[in-house]
Design a protein around this ligand. Structure first.
Ligand code: HEC
Ligand code: HEC
Ligand code: HEC
Ligand code: HEC
Length: 319
């Protein structure tokens, strides 16, 4: 074999190795950006929309939210969702809404049904609700199918943190919506102290956990025991409001509890538990809060140890 042949084979081999390495890298990087966001989600547009949304500029957030999610739903709607969209086009708004809402808890349709209903709301001038639904559709994608399981599940294994949480204002954020409570704060914010705000969709996303999202708080109606139970388990700012919806990450927690084995927090984060930072708090501590000043800014450093476990010392982990 000539030296030239050997050389060209060597080059081909190197070429193959490089291609393999590149495709592995591409897969890993692709996977990570999927982990960070949903597939096709425009993260910059999401952040831009979120800033406007949290600054109480809901109408302006619609554009960026649409841009953020547009790539995910580029194809036409299918199946029952398509029927819902058609009903909307025919002006049968109530039927469209009922059908689309019935698909809100099913993982396969949860994001798209919200997205399409947002379109119907937008077309009928219900801009605030459209913004909320687009926001929720993106959160559903980011949560990757995780659902809220309710505080009773966490309490079973984390009694100390539960007892600590119970003593904080976080545990009572639902009660302030009841008539006759927090009278001064309501008067100051031009809210009526005699009104019952516990069924008011404009208040519930921040005074309950997971309102409008799969498994999260639902407004109870007379005689529906199942919904009453879900409501009770998600009243106030519970564990999952900060640590994220638990349906996926509870399993590895239970495994650690069963086997009494070593673990790293990353294992839980990989299963969907949220790494807590200021962004978690500002989903509620923002200018949409009617009791906040118009120039309100959340001070994370000052608040982070007060809100949740102030009566039970936090063991900050470093891994
Ligand atoms: C079956 C028991 C069990 C359930 C249910 C459970 N956990 Fe855990 N969790 C554990 C165990 C065990 C650990 C490991 C640390 C320890 O022993 O406290 C842990 C650790 C944690 C940590 C600390 C992770 C770290 O940084 O080390 C958080 C936060 C947490 N759980 C939140 C929750 C929340 C929120 C829920 C409810 C959605 C929940 N857990 C449900 C057993 C459980
Ligand atoms: C965007 C989230 C958000 C929305 C929406 C929201 N709130 Fe709040 N609310 C908060 C936060 C956060 C606080 C706590 C502010 C603080 O103490 O720093 C708060 C505090 C309050 C307080 C004061 C409680 C006290 O003990 O002094 C009242 C009363 C209240 N909210 C009522 C309402 C009502 C009624 C609505 C609906 C009309 C509503 N909120 C909608 C986030 C929200
Ligand atoms: C207001 C937000 C908030 C709420 C509500 C909350 N936590 Fe936490 N939790 C935190 C923060 C912040 C940490 C510090 C560690 C971190 O950054 O993840 C933490 C840490 C923990 C830890 C690990 C450290 C420790 O103290 O053992 C556990 C376990 C935990 N939380 C469980 C719970 C449970 C159970 C509930 C509900 C009863 C709950 N948390 C409610 C914010 C919250
Ligand atoms: C789901 C919404 C929600 C989330 C998420 C949330 N909070 Fe709150 N928080 C509230 C509401 C509502 C109140 C008002 C409670 C009241 O006054 O009755 C509150 C009250 C507080 C208070 C008490 C304020 C006071 O003046 O007594 C602190 C401190 C606080 N939150 C810190 C945090 C921190 C830190 C985080 C993030 C780790 C966080 N919160 C996440 C809704 C939330």
């Amino acid at each position: 074999m000539k030296w030239g042949d050997k050389m060209s084979r060597f080059i081909v081999r190197i070429g193959i190795v490089v291609i393999v390495i590149c495709s592995v890298l591409a897969a890993v990087i692709g996977n990570q950006s999927m982990r960070g966001a949903g597939k096709g989600l425009d993260e910059a547009a999401w952040r831009q929309g979120l800033r406007l949304f949290e600054d109480n500029e809901s109408e302006k957030s619609i554009g960026p939210f649409r841009k953020a999610i547009g790539g995910v739903f580029a194809g036409a709607a299918l199946g029952e969702i398509k029927i819902g969209v058609e009903l909307g086009k025919q002006g049968k708004k109530d039927e469209a809404e009922e059908l689309l809402r019935s698909m809100f808890d099913d993982e396969a349709t949860a994001a798209r049904a919200r997205y399409e209903l947002a379109g119907i709301y937008e077309a009928t001038g219900r801009k605030l609700e459209a913004a909320q639904l687009l926001h929720d559709a993106i959160v559903v994608i980011l949560n990757k199918g995780a659902e809220y399981v309710g505080i009773g599940v966490c309490k079973k294994c984390h009694l100390k943190q539960y007892m600590s949480w119970k003593k904080t204002t976080m545990a009572r954020t639902f009660d302030v919506l009841k008539p006759g409570n927090a009278i001064e704060a309501k008067k100051k914010a031009d809210l009526d102290p005699k009104t019952d705000y516990t069924k008011e969709p404009a208040c519930l996303p921040c005074h309950t956990t997971g309102y409008g999202l799969p498994g999260g708080y639902e407004i109870p109606s007379a005689g529906d025991a199942k919904v009453a139970k879900i409501a009770k388990a998600n009243e106030g700012t519970t564990c999952e409001a900060c640590h994220g919806p638990g349906s996926e990450y509870v399993a590895p927690h239970a495994d650690v509890a069963d086997k009494k084995r070593k673990y790293s927090a990353n294992e839980f984060y990989d299963a969907g538990m949220v790494r807590i930072d200021a962004a978690v708090c500002t989903t509620c501590h923002n200018r949409r809060n009617p009791t906040a000043a118009p120039d309100f800014r959340f001070d994370y450093e000052q608040s982070k140890d007060m809100g949740s476990h102030k009566n039970y010392p936090l063991k900050y982990r470093t891994d």
